[in-house]
Write a protein that binds this ligand. Structure first.
Ligand code: ASP
Length: 305
């Protein structure tokens, strides 16, 4: 099969001055990882590598550059799913890793669990020999000043970030189809700004922040997690593939998100036949994909709502 790769870098009202960084970030992920897929790399390796690149990029709310929670701490969530084995790994509330999605991958290989949180997740990261870092290494000047700006602002509402008020929300994600016909997805986030300590969003929740099944399709999402979970956005998008092409499946899932729970977000997906789908009802979404000839299309999609 012709391999496919699509990534996103969040769906929100991305201000004009941040557009170039977002486009460059998602483009780099495709340019570095798509050639590997063409050389025979697995879909699972590809989504992990693509998300690792986006986690290391301070532009996005994942790994370095993550939001601070209400107490001024970083808590990262991540998810990875293998469409061939129909298996997944999830982590939530980790702070000492640049690449939580790689911990999720280790979790997926574990014998007797698939979802680890907080201290237990960190303990497992150590057992797996992952490099532990000081959370300060994830902190950016931009997020620190944003935290101070909103810390005691009683008018600040997280959902506004997605529906039009330009506040950041740059979760990252990737979906791949490899030449063996296997699908995979991965998603990584710092969650929402000023979130309650211990708050976990859609990202590591199977079917919400991501879903991959070789027989159905694969998807990764971004948006207001409290709404995305209620409609299991990624599973809904994959289910839509039984009746629609990938683009209409993505559009239908976002329509459902808005119609049923007035939710805001975006989704990227690939069908088992290799069609791309992407849709969002936020003002903008950053995404990139590789076309048939391996050329990268990177864009901030702008929708007039
Ligand atoms: N979905 C993420 C969350 O709610 C946030 C985002 O996509 O930016 O944790």
């Amino acid at each position: 099969m012709k391999p496919k790769l699509i990534v996103h870098g969040g769906a929100w009202d991305i201000p004009d001055q941040f557009v170039d960084d977002h486009v460059a970030g998602v483009k780099t992920a495709i340019e570095q990882v798509f050639p590997l897929l063409e050389q025979g790399c697995s879909a699972l390796d590809a989504v992990e590598k693509a998300v690792n690149i986006l986690e290391a990029d301070p532009t996005f709310d994942a790994g370095r550059g993550a939001f601070l929670n209400a107490q001024g701490n970083i808590e990262l969530d991540a998810f990875i799913m293998d469409g061939k084995a129909l298996d997944f790994g999830s982590v939530a509330g980790v702070a000492n890793l640049l690449h939580p999605v790689s911990l999720a991958r280790h979790v997926m290989r574990a014998d007797d669990f698939r979802f680890l949180v907080a201290d237990g997740a960190l303990q497992f990261a150590r057992e797996c020999g992952m490099q532990e870092i000081d959370p300060k290494e994830l902190l950016t000047e931009r997020e620190l000043s944003f935290y101070h700006q909103i810390k005691s602002d009683t008018s600040f509402k997280t959902v506004d970030a997605f529906s039009g008020d330009p506040q950041p929300s740059d979760t990252v994600g990737a979906v791949a189809l490899d030449q063996y016909g296997n699908l995979a997805c991965a998603t990584s986030t710092g969650g929402t700004p000023r979130k309650h300590p211990g708050r976990v969003g859609d990202c590591p929740v199977i079917g919400s922040g991501g879903y991959a099944d070789n027989l159905l399709g694969a998807a990764s999402s971004t948006g207001y997690g409290e709404s995305l979970m209620r409609v299991m956005l990624c599973r809904t998008a994959c289910d839509n593939l039984t009746q629609h092409n990938a683009m209409n499946a993505a559009i239908g899932a976002i329509d459902y998100l808005h119609r049923r729970v007035e939710g805001y977000g975006g989704v990227i997906m690939i069908s088992p036949q290799g069609e791309y789908g992407f849709a969002h009802n936020t003002p903008r979404m950053a995404y990139a994909f590789a076309d048939e000839g391996g050329k990268t299309h990177a864009a901030i999609q702008i929708t007039d709502n």
